[in-house]
Design a protein around this ligand. Structure first.
Ligand code: ADP
Ligand code: TMP
Ligand code: ASP
Length: 238
């Protein structure tokens, strides 16, 4: 597959066209951002870790029957993915209260959420990714009612698969964000699943093993991501 011109450079990944109009190359960079781009740093090895992490998780989801965009790893920092028409809403499921839920509703971090919650956010850094709902998404044309139903269904399916995967490796999947797009009329999971876009805690100590280490200045960010990868059995290059 031939890499062509850059289509887009996001906060953490770059997207390249290829000689096949149905496929893109997604490049995971070391850039790490939080608070909608307000805090940005380069963290050595993060791009490589997240690329391998994402390919592993997407492989598990595909095996469970969830349509995903990742085709294959191309290099340590690049993957070949289906070219999706991305929908500008982010789907968030929470199993345990943390982050913006605690700030917005005044609930205590760490309480169990039963049943797990589902939230939609508009992907818009300038507006700080405001929370929206299905009515707003339909009215403004961000997604159709049928697309929203399918995204919600797939987001919960991902929860069933990944809660168990992380639990079996001694971790709690606290919450996560998914982005979907359309490929030949079908809703497909795009973007990435990595510790950059979810919260993971050690099941015993509740130590944070995800991007909250960066957001909260706790240090050891990539070391924590690598420890999670190791527990899942992901083989990373030295
Ligand atoms: P951001 O845009 O939030 O800064 P990234 O740095 O992660 O995010 O950039 C990656 C961009 O590529 C995102 O805008 C994401 O929606 C988009 N994207 C992810 N997967 C695909 C795909 N399979 N097809 C098209 N675009 C994608
Ligand atoms: P929040 O607590 O900040 O709303 O985030 C919930 C989860 O979703 C957390 O794991 C981080 C992730 N997330 C992103 O990665 N990017 C986003 O733009 C949003 C809104 C959430
Ligand atoms: N919105 C995401 C976060 O806060 C990513 C970003 O801000 O760059 O982690």
């Amino acid at each position: 597959m031939q890499k062509r011109e850059q289509l887009y450079a996001g906060k953490a990944k770059s997207v390249y066209l290829t000689d096949d109009p149905d496929y893109l190359i997604l490049e995971f960079r070391d850039d790490t951002s939080a608070f909608d781009g307000e805090k940005v740093e380069k963290l050595a090895r993060k791009g490589m870790v997240n690329n391998h992490f994402n390919a592993f998780i997407m492989g598990k989801l595909a095996a469970a029957g969830i349509p995903v965009h990742v085709e294959r790893l191309l290099s340590d920092t690049q993957s070949v993915v289906k070219k999706l028409d991305m929908l500008p809403v982010e789907c968030v499921v929470r199993n345990i209260a943390a982050g913006s839920l605690c700030r917005r509703l005044g609930v205590k971090e760490g309480i169990d959420l039963t049943p797990p919650t589902f939230e939609l956010f508009l992907k818009n850094d300038a507006l700080h990714d405001p929370m929206v709902n299905e009515s707003l998404a339909e009215t403004f044309g961000w997604a159709t009612a049928a697309q929203l139903t399918r995204m919600k269904e797939l987001t919960y399916q991902v929860n069933a698969v990944l809660k168990k995967l992380f639990a079996d490796a001694g971790m709690l999947l606290v919450d996560y964000k998914l982005e979907f797009g359309v490929f030949k009329g079908e809703i497909v999971l795009g973007d990435e699943f990595s510790p950059d876009g979810c919260r993971l805690w050690d099941a015993e100590t509740r130590e944070k093993l995800d991007k909250d280490r960066f957001r909260q200045g706790l240090g050891g960010v990539v070391e924590a991501y690598e420890a999670v990868a190791d527990r899942l059995g992901i083989k990373l290059p030295k």
